[in-house]
Design a protein around this ligand. Structure first.
Ligand code: OAD
Length: 242
């Protein structure tokens, strides 16, 4: 592990452009549950019921109850040393992009600036009538929140299964991945596309890929270096070795 930490640090020392992809694992040590732990359920709900347009059409109150709970959770936790290390790493490079699949806002709270939220944000709502997008913070919202502009029901500004990612955000992430010298893939099972496709894109573009995870994943075949342990420990270790 010490050798791999040094190898990762050495790759970063030679890099000019760095891109990072994070997933739920980077927030696990903050107390935010990951998705694919065991039973395929999110807090007892089927994904189709709470993270799919069909679930929203069927029972928007159930969807909002689920997201009220996720918002409250995100507001009650704090960034961990893994988030902090990524925020610090950003300061060492002129070109640094962090693409995250997480919607909890912990990277920004740790101080990361160039963050691309691939799957949206728990802080934001999107109106189902006038398409207004509003940053609501993480304070409690009414049970079924409505739009201040037009009065229609608003939904969480989250990318659900079967929905497209924001094209501008995805393009920017793709460009950053494809032109990076070093690509860090942190705490993701790398099975949800198109986000997971950024790893192959980076590798094809010539980036050295460093994986931070508890275990090997679908991204491991692209990894030049793998640091297998909690990212709240492995990321600070690489930063310290820089
Ligand atoms: P997953 O739950 O699929 O994967 C979490 C990964 O984090 C696993 O590979 C774990 O081994 C790893 N992990 C857990 N704890 C860790 C730790 N302390 N340090 C390092 N790694 C750790 O979550 P994602 O890959 O983020 O999409 O899932 C991708 C997307 O699937 C999510 O954004 C969400 C979900 O459906 C949408 O909501 C659209």
């Amino acid at each position: 592990m010490a050798d791999d930490t040094e190898r990762a640090a050495s790759l970063l020392r030679q890099a000019r452009r760095v891109c990072v992809l994070t997933g739920a694992g980077v927030s696990a040590e903050s107390g935010v549950p990951t998705f694919r732990a065991s039973d395929g359920l999110w807090e007892g709900h089927r994904i189709q019921d709470v993270a799919h347009p069909d679930g929203w059409a069927k029972n928007p109150q159930l969807v909002w109850d689920f997201y009220h709970a996720r918002r409250a959770k995100a507001g009650s936790v704090s960034p961990n040393p893994g988030h902090d290390a990524l925020a610090e790493l950003e300061k060492r490079f002129d070109s640094f992009t962090l693409a995250t699949q997480n919607v909890d806002g912990l990277h920004q709270r740790a101080g990361s600036r160039a963050v691309l939220e691939l799957h949206g944000s728990l802080r934001r709502t999107r109106c189902t009538g006038c398409i207004d997008v509003t940053d609501q913070g993480l304070d409690p919202l009414p049970a079924m929140p409505t739009c201040v502009m037009c009065g229609a029901v608003v939904r969480p500004d989250i990318v659900w299964f079967g929905e497209m990612l924001d094209e501008r955000v995805l393009k920017e992430a793709g460009r950053a991945a494809a032109t990076s010298d070093v690509f860090l893939v942190v705490g993701t099972s790398a099975v949800v596309f198109p986000a997971a496709g950024l790893v192959a894109l980076a590798a094809r573009g010539g980036a050295k890929v460093v994986e931070f995870n508890l275990t090997r994943t679908d991204a491991s075949e692209f990894a030049d270096v793998g640091l297998y342990g909690p990212s709240g420990q492995t990321l600070p270790a690489v930063l310290a070795a820089l």
